[in-house]
Design a protein around this ligand. Structure first.
Ligand SMILES: [Zn+2]
Ligand SMILES: [Zn+2]
Length: 251
């Protein structure tokens, strides 16, 4: 399994794209699709027209907005440039179908794509894509919003992605004994937010879950001024990686 970080920042960040991750198993899967991550996806050399599954954690714009550009491009490619592509399955939390129904009904041409598009709402039940197992788990982020973290298992390895999350038991369970956990490190421990983890809590989750490697990601600009590795390391003695865009990690 290979993970490429497409974006390790948030909506507006001077040097990082927002949330997006490319996971390669027997499948090529996108986890979230925030602003500026599409440009980084092109830089990986992956054929964007072969992507069959996009998994969304939630629909805050920093996790979603490049989907619109991506889908519009896919329509141009298949309608006017002689291209073909496999069906696209969009998977996300409760509200996914309603959200995309409204979006597709509003954006010109979106309901007339010449390829199949499927929308699937998932909660806390595992499913497979080919030989890859995906375990979504509800995490706590903002009030009244269903947010998912994802655990992906393939070839005897496991990766967890928190999406956006506060500290919660569910997140610790999601990350249980994974080889690699990518956690929402929006803020430093000294400038916490009520709806995101801070660096110290990332370390706490990694320790409690028995994570192999901890990847800190989803940085707000202010967080760049602090030593998040050191803050996470106060709770977690394992390997800590500070994410960079286009960083590739093999599991
Ligand atoms: Zn969010
Ligand atoms: Zn976010």
């Amino acid at each position: 399994m290979r993970l490429t970080i497409l974006g390790s920042g948030t909506n507006i960040h001077p040097t990082r794209a927002a949330s997006g991750y490319l996971v390669r198993t027997d499948q090529t899967i996108l986890l979230d699709f925030g602003p500026r991550t599409l440009v980084n996806l092109l830089k990986t050399g992956v054929n964007r027209h072969r992507i069959t599954h996009i998994l969304f954690s939630h629909y805050h714009a920093d996790h979603f907005s490049d989907f619109i550009t991506y889908f519009f491009d896919a329509m141009i490619f298949t309608k006017y440039q002689g291209g073909t592509r496999p069906p696209l399955t969009v998977i996300g939390p409760r509200g996914t179908k309603k959200f995309f129904r409204a979006l597709f009904a509003t954006l010109p041409g979106f309901t007339h794509a010449p390829f199949a598009v499927h929308f699937k709402e998932v909660a806390d039940r595992a499913f497979t894509i080919g030989k890859t197992t995906v375990i979504p788990r509800t995490v706590t982020h903002t009030q009244n919003l269903h947010c998912l973290g994802y655990r992906i298992e393939y070839g005897g390895k496991a990766l967890a992605y928190s999406g956006d999350s506060q500290y919660c038991d569910s997140l610790v369970r999601l990350c249980g004994d994974v080889d690699l956990a990518v956690l929402d490190c929006s803020f430093p421990a000294s400038r916490p937010s009520p709806v995101h983890l801070h660096a110290g809590q990332c370390g706490q989750v990694a320790r409690e879950a028995g994570v192999g490697r901890l990847v800190l990601s989803h940085f707000y600009p202010i967080t760049e001024r602090y030593n998040v590795r050191e803050q996470a390391g106060e709770a977690f003695g394992g390997k800590i990686v500070v994410a960079r865009d286009l960083m590739a990690i093999r599991l």
